[in-house]
Each structure stands twice: as structure tokens, then as C-alpha cells.
Design a protein around this ligand. Structure first.
Ligand SMILES: [Zn+2]
Length: 256
């Protein structure tokens, strides 16, 4: 028996920047606006915008950080993927998940979830590395899905092959020239008492059907997938072979 090990989830490096006031975010692009007779000010940040809400007064106190709402920022829905966008409290860290998707978290959450990257990469490299890592993870997931699909096809083909040994069956080729993929043009026709059933078989699975004759004289009768499985369900379990086997099991006899 194996013992438990303590493991940590590998999380790709991400970029993060702490925000205290308008213009703090590295990509805010705020500039100093000067005018005559007015105090100069920073233009609104492009990433973390001003917090403005028709139903929340700028003088209201934030339940989280106790600062006035006026001193808060806002990340729009398009950037954070949260309906309505998200509030940024002074001191929050803006974390850049790949996509790019931004998320504001307070300093305690940030310390809990993140640590400084010790790889010596500069932020650009770290971000690129994180992006590639994320891509690799989704490629792995995709590969797993493909394998699962291939293995489901393989099981299905083995069942169809068995079925093709129980009823008169033939191989045919899907007519060339339409949008069907070239390596999927093989069709197995199984002529059941309840009607015809057909399945497309990938080239790589043809060896399972080497007992069948390839012919162009069998035509698809137009059955849909749904009709095909209705015909399968309609099969009776009344064959002589089936009846003899069932009788033998009922008598407690040995099956040859
Ligand atoms: Zn707050």
C-alpha cells in the first residue's frame, strides 16, 4: 500500500500589481492633466477605472476595507469576466490570469495564494511562461479527451464487428466528393430483421471487419441515427441459439 504524500498544485506564474489609487496599475496609461486655474490631476486609468455606481454613494464606506467608495477602483466586465465588473479596494492586488483575465484580491488573499517567483525571470518572461504552461495544460486535457473518444470508438467498433457476425453484413464506401473525411469513408451495413443499420468506421479499425465483403451494391436506406438505434432496440431475443442458452442456464447446466 502506498502512503499519502503532501503535494502542491503546480500553478503557472502570473503577473500581479498592487493598486492603491487611480493610475497605479502598470498598464493604466494615466497622464497628468494640467489646466489653468485647476489643480492638475491624473487621467482615469484604462485598466482600473474610477468606481462609479448609480446606487452607491462615493461617500459610502466600503464594508471590506473601510475606505470611502470614492477611493476605490473598478475593473470592467470585459477584463475580469465577472458580470457587472469588480470593485478594487485600495491595497488590492490585480492578478493577471492568462486569457487575459484580471482579478482583484485583497492583500491577505494574495499572500495566501501567491508567492514571489524565484525563477529569476523578468515579468514579461514569467507571463509568457505562464501562458505557455496554461496552453500545455489545456493541450494535455484535449489529448486526454481525444484518447477517451478514440477508446469509445474502439469499443463501439468491436461491438459492431460482433453484431456483423450475427446478421448478414457488408462493407461499403461513402461516395467520394462530399465533405466526409477521407479516413472515415468506410461504412458497415448490418442487415437486421428489424431493418438496416450502418456505422462509419475509421480506416485504422478496418481490420476488425476483415470478415466482410466490400460491395457497392448495398445502398443506405436513409435511416437516421435515431431510427438505427430504434431498430436495434426492436430486435427480439428469440433466436434458437439464445433460447437454447437460456434454457441451459435455467437448468443450472454448464455452458459449452
Ligand atoms: Zn474596499
Amino acid at each position: 500500500m502506498n502512503e499519502f504524500q503532501i503535494v502542491r498544485r503546480k500553478v503557472p506564474a502570473v503577473l500581479a500589481a498592487q493598486w492603491f489609487k487611480n493610475g497605479d496599475h502598470p498598464e493604466d496609461g494615466s497622464i497628468v492633466i494640467r489646466g489653468e486655474g485647476v489643480e492638475s490631476f491624473l487621467s482615469e486609468g484604462q485598466i482600473v477605472r474610477y468606481f462609479r455606481h448609480p446606487n452607491v454613494s462615493g461617500d459610502a464606506v466600503c464594508p471590506e476595507c473601510k475606505n470611502r467608495m470614492h477611493e476605490h477602483g473598478w475593473i470592467g466586465q470585459a477584463r475580469c469576466n465577472i458580470p457587472g465588473g469588480m470593485k478594487v479596494c485600495p491595497g488590492d492586488w490585480i492578478v493577471h490570469y492568462p486569457a487575459p483575465r484580471l482579478h482583484a484580491c485583497n492583500p491577505a488573499q494574495f499572500v495566501e495564494a501567491f508567492q514571489a517567483d524565484a525563477s529569476g525571470m523578468n515579468p514579461g518572461e514569467a507571463y509568457e511562461h505562464g501562458r505557455r504552461e496554461q496552453e500545455r495544460l489545456s493541450e494535455d486535457a484535449l489529448k486526454g479527451l481525444r484518447q477517451a473518444k478514440d477508446s469509445a470508438y474502439h469499443e463501439r467498433d468491436r461491438l459492431v464487428a460482433a453484431l456483423s457476425k450475427c446478421f448478414p453484413s457488408f462493407l461499403a464506401r461513402h461516395p467520394a466528393g462530399d465533405a466526409w473525411e477521407d479516413d472515415w469513408r468506410n461504412i458497415v451495413f448490418v442487415m437486421m430483421p428489424t431493418g438496416q443499420a450502418s456505422w462509419h468506421i475509421h480506416d485504422s479499425e478496418l481490420p476488425l471487419f476483415s470478415h466482410l465483403l466490400m460491395t457497392s451494391s448495398i445502398q443506405w436506406d436513409g435511416h437516421t441515427t435515431e431510427e438505427k438505434y430504434q431498430r436495434l432496440e426492436a430486435l427480439q431475443s428469440g433466436s434458437i441459439f439464445h433460447a437454447a442458452m437460456t434454457a441451459a442456464v435455467r437448468k443450472g447446466g454448464e455452458l459449452a
